[in-house]
Design a protein around this ligand. Sequence first.
Ligand SMILES: [Zn+2]
Length: 600
Amino acid sequence: MNKIQLTIILSLIFFFMGTSISNAAVNAHITYTVTFPEAQAHYADIELNISELDQPTLDLKMPVWTPGSYLVREFTRNIETISAAANGKELYLQKVRKNIWHLNTAGLSTIIIKYRVYAFEISVRTSFIDDSHAFLSSPDMFIYPANMLHSPSTIHIIPYKGWTTVSSSLEKVNGDTFTRYSPDYDILFDSPIEIGTQDVFGFTASGVNYEVAMVGGGKYDKERLKKDLPKIVEEETAIFGENPNKHYTFIVHNALKGGGGLEHLSSTTLGASRDAYATEAGYQNFLALAAHEHFHLWNVKRLRPIALGPFDYDNENYTTNLWIAEGFTAYYQDIIVRRTQLYSPENYLGSLAENINQQENLPGTRVQALSESSFDAWIKAYRPNENSANSTISYYTKGALVGMFMDLEIINDTKGKNSLDDVMKYMYNEYYKVKKRGYTDAEFKQAVEKFAGKNLDDFYAKYINGLTPMDYDGYLSYAGYKLTNALAANNDPALGITTVAGISKIIVSSVVRGGSAWVSGINVNDEVTAIDGAALTTTTGVLAGKKPGDKILVTVIRDGLTLNIPVTLLKNNRVKYKIEELPNVTSEQLVVRKKWLSIK
Ligand SMILES: [Zn+2]
């Protein structure tokens, strides 16, 4: 398709759309043409054409963050050149803020903006281009007219040599895969675009057409995925009662090492290791990741905290509810894989015990409350430093554990009639479908109380807004389980440091709050060279035969100076929990267990 044909098609589209749009500004026609003349050097050249313009001035913007990833990333730092022109003449484009350009457009009906973007950050939330493929994470690619967030746009992609395939949830224009249509900018910024030679396969589940785009190779078994992914889709759809998409795209980036994902309304981008699929545990992890990101199409993309949409693309969007948006999604990812029977109850309980260990071995759990970890995600969770483990928690891990507590509370209080599923379905209907807005903290709490049949003030004070130790045994006992700590009898001392991996020197990378090193003043970045005068090549086994209370002399090099630091050894307080069956499980406990773990 050439540009003239494209214009005709676009004119028709906008003609049919025009009737429902009243604001003059949104009648402008917006087209992007994306080319990759130097893909090998990681550049995209983008031409933004705005026609039918009728306003004296125009601000052009780029988001500073990507929804779902709560960090201001200052995307315009990757824009190398930008210029504006109209009627064949260059216009003065004034940069007025880090992410805003100002333009006088009096009397102009068509303007053309050309800009060049550098994209070389491999992640699910940033764009990446090389000569093998391009992953366009839209918020860091598409400059937009500031007053036209609700306007449709068309993206015309001119692929680099050899690229044959486009994968995106954006609709094709006239069946052309290289021309995509976005009804507004919230949709465009929520629709990544993968272009290259990816391996694409599909399946149908819950009446929705699914496309899986495998990028970068990998040892995946397509037939097995086509059997297992639909089970996940169907179990998740059953919770909410409907699957609101017509089609959905999984973009999977397979690499030497990979992980993580980013949720979107009708698609997701997943990171995986090419080898992950080769082992059963790796395959299950991949399914759990897919279950997590897919669950988000309801939880956070549609059912959402009130602060998370409509988005402010210029600033941080603060919410205390990421423990619901992310933590509950993390809880459900494993519960869903269990429901598909791809996890046994033992697999599930093993994974749960690992989450508990992660939470309890984090000193930050006694410092930062769950709601606070969500609010400060922008400055803490996404900006970790050497002291993060001592001062912060993960709203994923603790949020998932709180989700489990709430689920067990509701199942137990209603004798197996209701569960957290009912809360999620109710909230989806009530806020996304009926009220068409996000929920407040109080509204979510009221919904849980409604299904639990009890007041949760105390629960929130302890676990959401406070630092009360988690009562695992209390909640697990509803289902006839308890925790046992395999290290309970352990009386070994620990130095309480972690060291930089993969180098021959022993460099301290973190110091555990309250541990031997912390108390005696060993610092991050210290090079540990000897203990009691004996030179070290490893820290493994150096405390063999020692006990808490023993004194040692640790030699370190700090800023070029050698220091001898006396250390009194303290007990290693790490825990290693397992979940075990209580003796004499009652029929009431069995009812809760069967409902919780979907045991038939
Ligand atoms: Zn998530």
